[in-house]
Design a protein around this ligand. Structure first.
Ligand code: FE2
Length: 306
């Protein structure tokens, strides 16, 4: 087994104090390290040192980290990346705080993705011995962990292929123009394990290097509504939901952090299996795929990338 999961998302925010307040008090992530301009956070049910990094200075994604199972997986991914033809460089231990050595890859969509095999173990907030089911001091939404990211690209077909050939992800769902153009992805959902997706891609002019959103995992529909209630209390701008996706069947709210980065709270969805046939969505049904209940898509959904 190679890539285990999306391990960290490193984003830019315009005002670090405002962002810190939002991600700790509204989302309920724990502050792990704060060096003034960069802040490291983790969810209560995550055990590694951090999963969200906020850096002051603008908006958008700086890089994503994917954790692999063993140190040898780095060499394997390096070899496959070079065969595939993407730019890579080795990164050394400590280049990212509390993170092992690894490999930095520039995707065809120009996003920076880092693979690493180890991170300082802090443990989850409930521990690993006779744990309670949640910590009693949850704040706001109390999100337990991050889930996935949706990246933009001017031409996502090659990056889709990268994730299947180099990361050994499999294609879960795909949006195509129509049934006569099944091999032309407009959007793509890919998984390595049994989550509905570990990464997704969306195509559009000028989308290279941009982030559509990254998501926090929640347990179920009740937690999604609770998240919406907290967002109302904290005046968080909501773009969509609470609703359900047709695509992945996840329950969802899309909203924006104070800097304008889109986030999602995502719950449920089906268990994905490696041998499943790819689910196809045609472009005329996109609104139903994204917001199954209302079948409406706001104009910002496909245009607001950071
Ligand atoms: Fe999502």
């Amino acid at each position: 087994m190679g890539v285990i999961r999306l391990g960290y998302v490193h984003i830019r925010v315009t005002d670090i104090e405002e962002a810190k307040r939002h991600y700790t008090q509204t989302v309920g992530f724990r502050l792990v390290k704060d060096d003034g301009k960069t802040v490291y956070l983790k969810g209560w049910d995550e055990w590694d040192h951090h999963s969200v990094v906020l850096e002051e200075g603008g908006v958008g994604v700086i890089k994503l980290g994917y954790k692999v199972n063993r140190a040898e997986d780095i060499e394997d991914i390096e070899r496959k990346s070079q065969t595939f033809g993407v730019t890579t460089e080795r990164m050394s231990k400590g280049e990212n705080t509390d993170t092992s050595d690894g490999l930095r890859i520039i995707l065809p969509t120009s996003h920076v993705v880092e693979v690493y095999h180890d991170m300082t173990l802090l443990g989850s907030d409930v521990g690993a011995i006779n744990p309670d089911v949640f910590p009693r001091d949850l704040i706001g939404i109390g999100a337990p962990r991050i889930d996935h990211a949706l990246l933009g690209g001017d031409n996502i077909a090659t990056t889709e292929k990268f994730f299947t050939e180099v990361f050994d992800f499999y294609q879960v769902e795909r949006l195509v123009p129509d049934l006569d153009h099944m091999d032309t992805p407009l959007a793509s959902w890919l998984a390595g394990g049994n989550r509905g997706h570990d990464v997704a891609l969306i195509q559009g002019d000028g989308y290279d290097g941009k982030l559509h959103h990254f998501a926090f995992h929640l347990q179920d529909w009740n937690d999604i509504l609770h998240a919406g209630q907290i967002m109302a209390m904290d005046d968080v701008p909501i773009e969509l939901g609470p609703s359900q996706h047709g695509i992945t069947r996840g329950r969802t709210i899309y909203y924006f952090d104070p800097a304008g980065n889109r986030n999602e709270v995502f719950a449920d969805g089906y268990v994905a299996q490696r041998d499943r046939p790819t689910t196809i969505w045609t472009a005329d049904k996109l609104a139903k795929g994204i917001d199954y209940v209302t079948r409406n898509l706001s104009e910002t959904f496909a245009t607001a990338l950071t």
